[in-house]
Design a protein around this ligand. Structure first.
Ligand code: ADP
Ligand code: MG
Length: 587
């Protein structure tokens, strides 16, 4: 019997008077939250301790859960989100009230935007005081604030409702289009006591949390008809396809249909980027010249130019088929002539069944067009990747890391930055599913260390984190977390002294330019401060050797890779989104 269980609280509604004098085992809110999570197979919590959830974290650890404590809630939240993407089970982030909650909210909103299942659990202050706005410690109406930023938000006032609340949160996070869920747990809830047996009976083990969604046969027939008539068909694989874990079916779809495919960033590696039908390196041609496009778990948002404009060739030249679990995604940007609503596994299985044995493969001239374009692009890039001089530029440094991933295809690559992101996406080939984790739908900076921690914790695989120096700064303090848990994470900071470039100056001569940092900073020493390995490198060969040593040893490592401060371009590949003033003011 635990200390709490020895208490007898006869004021609790569940204690009937008839049984009042019999010794009764009790439980409380703390235990019920932990029991509810454990009952549903949740093994890990990412969070930051503090009022009122300090004991929750401690007790969860004592009960055998893995509790990973971060230095800032945003990174704990990002860890939970990517754990959700990697496992299809909701990642849990635990925070304190108001400020901690707000810090976690960016990650929750980002998870929702990216369709990653996570549950943000935050403690909150006393309802009576918060609602009357009487100035409580960390007073904030957290539920109201979270609501528009996630799929669902719940608050629990009674210990007896914890089981139902956790079940609802799990279902909301993983069913249909996955996303973020907020669970508000006021401080008072944790110490609420109830009969242990009634408490156990109140818990819910969620059965079939993300039920298969079978597509309609008519939708499959319509999609097959479109594909059959296509002359230049193309498959676009999105991170929904990676999330679905229908890897074999994705391969079968591509290989049975013989249709070339373009992977979105986090779908890279679903099939190896070196696959003969990969048109990744001929992306522009593939999007522009295709006639029928099958989207598999990819949205026609800004990352695909909304399905229109120059990227997609002549107006009206495209017919889109879309597989998605969310019916309302259809026609969101352009007309979808064959919507296939369902989970990707079920949809691909049905398409393949419809294709049967004798499906004709895509026309040879189209495949050949893309193949030769791809080879030309690869050949053009090759010399840039092989330069072994100092200072490094993005291409030569990434050339070295490209070889690392080729030699270690099961390593997980985390990637953020501007040039560091855009160029790495194209240069580093991926070979296995769900190995590339990056800034996703928003292009958010600051996911690096949170993603790295969760990738290591959830998979046990080595993690290579390729970070722009600016991007790294958003979550850099979490190197302490990486050292504390001794995680096999190797961070490479592409240090070009600033954002985009390190060469800007303040026209007035007073301050550093807005986009530059301390020149030639030694990020490697941050890692050394916490007992990890630091290295400073200036050539691609040195970089490769340092990364290999880190990956072999599994020790937390940070490699400061000196990049030519003049090498980057403004906003990487998305300079067109960055408005620039054309008005010159008279001095
Ligand atoms: P990308 O940025 O890689 O193109 P998106 O995030 O835009 O990918 O799109 C992912 C899509 O996948 C979302 O529209 C989401 O609804 C969908 N999705 C997620 N999981 C599944 C699933 N299991 N089955 C079908 N669609 C899914
Ligand atoms: Mg930089």
């Amino acid at each position: 019997m635990s200390a709490v269980a020895k208490l007898i609280d006869t004021s609790t509604a569940d204690v009937s008077t008839a049984e009042a004098d019999a010794p009764m085992e009790l439980t409380d809110g703390f235990h019920l939250v932990i029991d509810a999570l454990k009952l549903n197979g949740i093994k890990t919590i990412y969070g930051v301790p503090g009022i009122p959830i300090t004991d929750l974290g401690r007790m969860a650890q004592a009960e055998g859960m893995r509790v990973i404590s971060f230095r800032h809630e945003q990174h704990a939240g990002n860890a939970a989100a990517i754990a959700g993407f990697l496992t299809k089970a909701p990642g849990i982030c635990l925070t304190v009230s108001a400020p901690g909650f707000l810090n976690g909210l960016t990650a929750l909103a980002n998870a929702t935007t990216n369709c990653f299942p996570m549950i943000l659990i935050s403690g909150s202050s006393e309802r009576e005081i918060v609602d009357l706005q009487q100035g409580d410690y960390e007073e904030m109406d957290q539920l109201a604030i979270a609501k528009p930023l996630c799929k669902a938000a719940f608050r629990v006032l009674h210990a007896a409702d914890i089981g139902i609340a956790v079940a609802r949160a799990i279902r909301a996070a993983v069913s249909g289009r996955p996303g973020g869920v907020y669970l508000d747990l006021p401080a008072k809830l944790f110490s609420q006591v109830m009969d242990a047996e009634a408490g156990a009976a109140s818990l819910v083990k969620v059965i079939d949390a993300a039920p298969a969604q079978i597509p309609a046969p008519s939708a499959i027939a319509r999609a097959l008809e479109e594909l059959k008539n296509a002359k230049r068909p193309l498959i676009v694989l999105g991170k929904g396809a990676a999330y679905a874990q229908a890897d074999e079916l994705v391969r079968e779809l591509v290989e049975t249909s013989g249709i070339p495919y373009v992977p979105m960033s986090m779908a890279k590696g679903l099939l190896p980027d070196t696959h003969p039908l990969s048109a990744g390196a001929a992306r522009s041609t593939a999007l522009k010249d295709s006639d029928v496009v099958l989207l598999v778990g990819a949205r026609l948002n800004w990352l695909l130019s909304h399905g229109k404009g120059k990227t997609w060739g002549a107006p009206g030249s495209k017919r889109f088929i879309q597989i998605d679990i969310e019916p309302r995604e259809m026609d969101s940007n352009v007309e979808i002539v064959a919507p296939v609503v369902g989970d990707i596994g079920s949809c691909l299985a049905a398409l393949l069944e419809g294709m049967g044995q004798g499906w004709k493969t895509a026309p040879a001239d189209w495949i050949e067009t893309l193949r030769s374009k791809r080879e030309a692009n690869v050949a053009k890039m090759a010399p840039k990747l092989m330069k072994n001089t100092a200072p490094m530029d993005f291409h030569s440094a990434l050339g070295a890391l490209r070889t690392v991933i080729k030699e270690r295809p099961d390593a997980i690559l985390v990637n953020e930055g501007a040039n560091t992101l855009d160029l790495a996406r194209g240069i580093i080939d991926m070979y296995q599913p769900r190995k590339r984790l990056d800034v996703g739908t928003w292009g958010i900076m600051g996911i690096g260390m949170g993603f790295a921690v969760a990738a290591a914790v959830e998979t046990g695989k080595p993690v290579l984190c390729v970070e722009g120096d600016s991007a790294f700064g958003f979550s850099g303090m979490e190197v302490e977390t990486i050292c504390r848990y001794n995680l096999p994470v190797c961070i490479v900071v592409f240090n070009n002294n600033g954002i985009y470039r390190g060469t800007d100056t303040d026209p007035t001569g007073r301050d550093p330019a807005t986009t530059v940092f301390v020149p030639e900073a030694r990020y490697d020493r941050m890692m050394e401060a916490f007992g990890g390995v630091g290295a400073h490198v200036t050539t691609p060969d040195e970089l490769k050797r340092a990364v290999d040593a880190a990956m072999d040893s599994g020790k937390p490592t940070l490699i400061n890779a000196a990049i030519d401060p003049a090498a980057g371009s403004e906003s990487g590949n998305i300079g067109s989104l960055n408005p620039q003033s054309v008005v010159k003011k008279k001095k």
